[in-house]
Design a protein around this ligand. Structure first.
Ligand code: CTP
Length: 131
C-alpha cells in the first residue's frame, strides 16, 4: 500500500491546490496532507494566513481523495513526519525541485508541475488592485 505525503499552506483554497492534491492522490492508495500552522507561516512570510489553521485543515480534509490531515508545525520536522506517517512518497510542487532529495533514503520524492497562473499571493494582489 503506497501512502503519499504532501505539505502546504492551502490558504484561500484555489484551483492549483485542488489540482496538486488530486494528482498526488493518484500516485498511491492514500493521501495524507501536512497543513502548515499559522505560526509557521508567520515565521516564513511575516503575515498570518487569511484562513486559520483549523479552517484550512477542515477544507483540505473534506476533499474526497484526501485520507487524513495533520498540522505541520516546523519545517525541520519533515523527516519525522514522513516516518511517523509511514510515507512511501513525498510529493511537492516543482517550485521545490531538488530541495527535498535528502529524503530519498526513506521514500520516493516526486515534484509535480504547478498549475499556471494561480497562487494565493497573486489572488490577494489581484483582489487588492481590482476591487
Ligand atoms: N500549487 C500548485 N499550483 C499552484 C499553486 C500551488 O500546484 N498554482 C501547489 C504548491 O506547489 C504546493 C501546494 O499547492 O505543493 C500548496 O501551495 P501553497 O504554498 O499553499 O499555495 P500558493 O498558492 O503557492 O501560495 P503562496 O502564493 O502564498 O505561495
Amino acid at each position: 500500500m503506497k501512502r503519499v505525503l504532501t505539505f502546504g499552506t492551502f490558504d484561500l483554497f484555489h484551483y492549483g491546490h485542488l489540482r496538486i492534491l488530486e494528482r498526488a492522490s493518484k500516485l498511491g492508495e492514500e493521501l495524507i496532507v501536512g497543513v502548515s500552522s499559522d505560526e509557521l507561516n508567520f515565521s516564513k512570510k511575516s503575515r498570518y494566513p487569511l484562513y486559520t489553521e483549523e479552517e484550512r485543515m477542515h477544507i483540505v480534509s473534506s476533499l474526497g481523495f484526501v485520507n487524513g490531515v495533520f498540522l505541520e508545525e516546523s519545517l525541520e520536522l519533515k523527516r519525522d513526519y514522513l516516518i511517523e506517517h509511514n510515507a512511501s512518497i513525498l510529493l511537492m510542487g516543482h517550485d521545490w525541485e531538488g530541495r527535498f532529495d535528502e529524503f530519498k533514503d526513506i521514500c520516493e520524492v516526486i515534484y509535480l508541475p504547478r498549475t499556471p497562473s494561480v497562487s494565493t499571493t497573486e489572488l490577494i494582489e489581484r483582489i487588492k488592485v481590482e476591487f
